[in-house]
Design a protein around this ligand. Structure first.
Ligand code: LER
Ligand code: MN
Length: 272
């Protein structure tokens, strides 16, 4: 497995759930502290220049693990279940931009809160709005060799697709090879009855994973059963990215250092 850390541009909102802010400084820090990659949490595709990014990654011997889109929802209020035509167009164009970026860097684009909520609307209508946008972005992504990864998110942040079973059921309806799943063990701790069993039951779709402890602090700083997480991932043959998407507590550097020390220490054999 490989270890990545979520980062964002310097003006990212507090709820971006990233460790470091400012792309250039973050990439340097991630390298210094012992990560293999960075997940780019972006509001807009043009926040980073491809040539600048390529240079920084090369200098720091890092990869992009994925492009994530939570801020497109949190800061721009764009989401898959929106009925408004203009907003849908803007969302589609934003995702095409992320897909273009991912076609050179990492090959994966996440859909977390950006799927949007249901609220008091008809759930079937919302599902159809989601599927319509999912098919459009999957078609574009397929041409670019990129995959979309849908993230189950806990009920306190969104009311649509909270656990892995719900996500798999929706992914079956999406029915595209390049549209799979990104579990986040922080959300799973709230929503899935059993983390290990749920990962195993939904293994067909598990493509990428977010790591945080139960309190969203660095892995090892809460009461997550990490043996269970690693045993389940090993049993399904998972050998991809594990990305720390945690609160920068007590400060970004300490949170990142504690993540690396814990995962490369106690669970080092999974990262060699
Ligand atoms: C939000 O809680 C989260 O986990 C992000 O990865 C998705 O927007
Ligand atoms: Mn997450």
């Amino acid at each position: 497995m490989k270890l990545s850390v979520a980062i964002a541009g310097s003006e990212a909102m507090p709820n971006a759930f990233v460790v470091f802010r400012g792309v250039e400084e973050s990439i340097k820090k991630a390298h210094e502290l012992g990560f293999d990659g960075v997940e780019l949490a972006l509001k807009r595709p043009d926040e980073v220049s491809k040539s600048e990014l390529r240079k920084l990654l090369k200098e720091n011997n890092l990869e992009v693990s994925a492009v994530s889109s939570g801020q497109v929802f949190a800061a721009r209020n764009l989401y898959f279940t929106d009925e408004n035509k203009e907003n849908r167009k803007e969302l589609y164009e934003t995702f095409c931009g992320f897909i273009d970026l991912a076609s050179d860097f990492g090959g994966l684009v996440n859909i977390g809160r950006t799927r949007g909520s249901i609220g008091d609307r008809d759930p079937k209508l919302c599902e159809n709005l989601f599927l319509d946008m999912a098919h459009s972005v999957a078609d574009y992504a397929e041409k670019q060799g990129v995959e979309l990864i849908l993230e189950p998110v806990n009920r306190y942040e969104i009311d649509f697709i909270n656990n892995l079973d719900e996500c798999s059921a929706l992914l079956k309806k999406v029915g595209r090879k390049n549209f799979t799943m990104m579990p986040d063990v922080f959300h799973m701790n709230i929503e899935d009855a059993h983390i290990g069993e749920s990962l195993i039951r939904n293994k067909e779709y598990v493509r990428y994973i977010h790591f945080a402890d139960t309190n969203r602090h660095a892995p090892g700083d809460g009461h997550m059963d990490w043996d269970e997480v690693f045993n389940a991932l090993t049993s399904i043959g998972y050998d991809g990215w594990t990305t720390a998407e945690i609160l920068p507590y007590p400060d970004p550097e300490t949170a990142a250092k504690r993540t690396v020390a814990f995962l490369r220490g106690k669970y080092g054999k999974y990262y060699s």
